[in-house]
Ligand binder design. Structure first.
Ligand code: FEO
Length: 389
């Protein structure tokens, strides 16, 4: 597949993978993207996951035939992109490997070889000349590993963006880009908002016509849409006004309260997620999508129900903050859920806590319905107010 006259897609699909990184559901598989730039010199950017060596090499050969690539550009050392470096280097013995010092250090760790006799060690801002194309290397530490960098082609204004702007799914997946990109970004890179912002700042002066990520489709149109989303995600800014009600329920009494509240909030955009039966990464991503989250859970072992604990920890470790928060707890003798949920959110910054807290003693009754009614009124106000950053 041609991206431009000289830039070709040579990536592969993993249609069978169901858990990316051993934890993220990939019902529509995953792709590992690699590209070939044909010029006076030939460059390949990144490799693919280990099992796909043969089909990847076949794709490369379909572009360059029996020629040998002059360079292999290594933007990122996570094994889904790097695990075939060694085999590639064995096959193409004259190819020079181009990466930064940290990446070569990781090559030594992964392959017991840092390719000292056939490498170019680049620094932030260095360039490599292929002929018509000049590749400019821009370091992107912690997007998503410390050695990560992106490569900008000054000729065709193409950004090889490493993990940035990726998503779950095979190449050309029909799943909505935004949902799978959000789940991917928040899950995998969400903790590293500042480094992503730094990268966006570094790129802000560059004219970019095409984004070639390491996962997901090549982005060619309306790039400001994708970049604006990355500005929001990296800045922990909600995408829209709306409410996620994340809940657990043991005997459906808490769930009944959740549905009662959702019905009362019918004028607002509200999504409910049962944390015990839903994809956790999707629930986490939705909490970052909206400006308000309601946590509803039973008390358990003197704390909170385990799925809720895990959910909140996942939010906190991704720097969840800058949002409205409310609590609904259930408990039959000593409700402890809200206290525990607050403690778990303790490290999160700029949370606006609803004054109305709801306590259900075993089952919903007139009193707890009244609490939910009050919470509903407050949530409408909080959710509709302009964001304070
Ligand atoms: Fe797709 Fe951080 O690797």
């Amino acid at each position: 597949m041609k991206i431009t006259k000289d830039i070709h897609y040579v990536g592969v699909d993993d249609k069978d993978i169901r858990l990316f990184e051993g934890q993220y559901k990939t019902d529509d598989g995953m792709c590992y993207n690699s590209y070939v730039i044909t010029d006076e010199k030939i460059a390949v950017t990144d490799t693919v996951d280990m099992p796909f060596f043969d089909s990847w090499i076949e794709n490369i050969k379909s572009v360059i035939g029996n020629k040998s690539p002059d360079y292999l550009i290594i933007n990122h050392m996570e094994p889904d992109h790097s695990s075939n470096i060694y085999r590639f280097a064995k096959l193409y013995k004259d190819t020079v490997l181009v990466a930064n010092e940290k990446a070569f250090m990781m090559c030594k760790q992964f392959f017991d070889d840092d390719f000292k006799d056939r490498r170019i060690v680049v620094k932030d801002g260095d360039s490599l000349f292929l002929g018509r194309h000049t590749l400019n290397f821009i370091f992107a530490p912690m997007v998503h590993w410390p050695e990560a960098m992106v490569t900008y082609d000054t000729a065709d204004k193409v950004l090889f963006s490493a993990d940035a702007f990726g998503r779950f799914g095979v190449y050309g997946s029909k799943l909505p880009w935004i949902d799978e990109a959000r789940r991917y970004y928040i899950g995998i890179v969400g903790k590293f908002g500042k480094p992503v912002s730094n990268l966006l700042s570094k790129l802000s002066g560059k004219e970019i016509n095409i984004i070639c990520p390491l996962h997901g489709n090549v982005l060619t149109d309306n790039l400001s849409y994708y970049i604006d989303l990355y500005v929001k995600w990296s800045g922990y800014i909600p995408e829209e006004k709306g409410i996620l009600i994340a809940y657990n329920s043991i005997y459906k009494n808490t769930e009944q309260a959740v549905f009662y509240l959702k019905e009362k909030l019918s004028g607002l955009k509200v999504e409910t997620v049962n944390l015990a039966t839903s994809d956790k990464a999707q629930a986490v991503a939705l909490a970052f999508k909206y400006n308000t989250t309601v946590f509803a859970a039973p008390s358990y072992n003197g704390g909170v129900f385990p799925y809720m604990r895990d959910f909140i920890l996942s939010l906190a470790e991704r720097n969840f903050g800058g949002r409205n928060i409310a609590f609904i707890q259930n408990g039959s003798w000593a409700p402890s859920a809200t206290k525990t949920m607050k403690e778990l959110l303790d490290s999160c910054k700029n949370l606006q806590f609803a004054e109305n807290e709801v306590t259900i003693m075993s089952a919903l009754n007139q009193e707890s319905k009244g609490q939910l009614d009050n919470l509903c009124l407050e949530l409408i106000k909080l959710t509709n107010q302009e964001e304070k950053q």
